[in-house]
Design a protein around this ligand. Structure first.
Ligand SMILES: *[C@@H]1O[C@H](CO)[C@@H](O)[C@H](O)[C@H]1NC(C)=O
Ligand SMILES: *[C@@H]1O[C@H](CO)[C@@H](O)[C@H](O)[C@H]1NC(C)=O
Length: 382
């Protein structure tokens, strides 16, 4: 966001200079004026390149936080494709699905990110029937990451009533080759909070994971008022979130909010974790979207996202994909009442600050437990 402001701010200043220069030149000087204009335009172009580079690395840093660390060893062991291996994997999937779409029984319908191509292995369908929630927190997490789930269960996922409202916290998992099926079954028997679907739980499949979350909300929990997709490495001030959603004037429908990303450039550098090939997403910029670390929405939207996603080619950046869905619905994300409550960086713990925010990115589950314990201590926060 800061980077983006610099870009547009710089552009405006240059435009102002341009306009001032124009009125000072007289007609006989047209030729040199014209040459000057060309030089100036070149300068604008070159400097905008510089700006967008820094904006890119800025957004990469943000993404690094919430997409976790990519498994380097796997990347290095991959065979040398002419296209980037990640790129190839995505294209292979698309081609495979295009061939099998609709034609063959059992073949994928629509495309890979369409959630109804997958089946729930565990769905805890009863959790929303017993007690209609005001807010459902959906946390995508790797199947083996029990530590993250336990930390959340002990902290912001602990209370089922927050500010007099029913809040549910559930974890969304895919399948892992050689995963601990029995361990997960027992964990779910104890907590009744695991949703698992039969897609492979990989980094490139995060868009599927998000869309399966949407499918679950639409079909297993349609009576909830609001939902949030929140990453497992977040500090979530759940009280402040519920207070925000209870604020008079917060829409009950077609509402999507969080940290808004405007006009973000698509990463085309093949070494980047957020690389998206032109074949998957041709435009150079994303529509306005909410940063994936934590976005909040009225619970009428999941069904609409699932429906509209049939017509949107999947790509591997889940939050920008939701941005495409909301755009296709003719809607757009809304700024939260207090945008500074959605923070996408981690700095030192500050009890006062953590009492005011809604999201904050953390480094580990240990941090979450420690900060939470301190934040919950009695006494003034500031
Ligand atoms: C990385 O991938 C390799 C091979 O796929 C696997 O053996 C290893 O456990 C993975 N490491 C992490 C940290 O996920
Ligand atoms: C994504 O999940 C599908 C369905 O399980 C699987 O066939 C595919 O290999 C996965 N794709 C990647 C890139 O992991």
């Amino acid at each position: 966001m800061g980077g983006e402001e610099t870009v547009s701010g710089g552009g405006t200043d240059l435009k102002r200079v341009c306009a001032k220069d124009l009125c000072c030149y007289k007609i006989p000087l047209f030729r040199s004026w014209f040459q000057g204009l060309i030089v100036l335009c070149l300068l604008v172009f070159v400097s905008s390149l510089g700006f967008s580079d820094s904006a890119l690395s800025w957004s990469e840093n943000l993404h690094r936080h919430f997409y976790g660390v990519f498994n380097q060893s796997r990347q290095m062991n991959a065979p040398a494709y002419r296209v980037h291996p990640k790129h190839k994997a995505i294209l292979d999937e698309i081609n495979k699905n295009a061939e099998s779409s609709g034609e063959h029984p059992g073949g994928l319908q629509y495309h890979q990110a369409y959630p109804r191509n997958y089946q729930f292995v565990m769905d805890n369908a009863e959790v929303c029937k017993n007690n209609t929630p005001f807010l459902v927190l959906m946390v995508p997490v790797e199947p083996e990451n029990v530590a993250a789930r336990d930390a959340i269960r002990q902290t912001w996922g602990k209370d089922t009533v927050v500010q007099d409202k029913v809040v549910l916290t559930l974890f969304m998992l895919g399948l892992r080759e050689g995963g601990d099926v029995e361990g997960l079954r027992q964990e779910n028997e104890q907590h009744h909070d695991l949703i698992q679907s039969n897609f492979m739980d990989t980094y490139l499949n995060l868009t599927i994971k998000t869309m399966v979350i949407m499918d679950w909300l639409a079909t297993r929990c349609p009576t909830a008022a609001y939902a949030m997709k929140v990453d497992s490495d977040m500090f979530l001030n759940i009280d402040n979130l519920v207070i925000m959603l209870k604020t008079p004037g917060i829409p009950k429908m077609n509402y999507l909010t969080g940290m808004l990303m405007w006009n973000r450039p698509v990463v085309r550098s093949k070494n980047s974790k957020w690389y998206v090939p032109e074949e998957l997403y041709p435009d150079s910029r994303y529509p306005t979207y909410t940063l994936g670390m934590g976005y909040v929405f009225s619970n009428d939207l999941p069904a609409k996202f699932v429906e509209v996603s049939k017509a949107i080619k999947p790509f591997n950046i889940e939050d920008a994909y939701i941005g495409m869905c909301i755009k296709k619905l003719g809607l757009s994300p809304t700024s939260p009442p207090n945008p500074s409550q959605f923070r996408a960086y981690n700095s030192k713990y500050n009890r006062c600050e953590f009492s005011k925010i809604i999201t904050y990115i953390l480094g580990s589950s240990e941090q979450l437990k420690n900060y939470w314990a301190d934040y919950k201590k009695p006494g003034p926060h500031c």
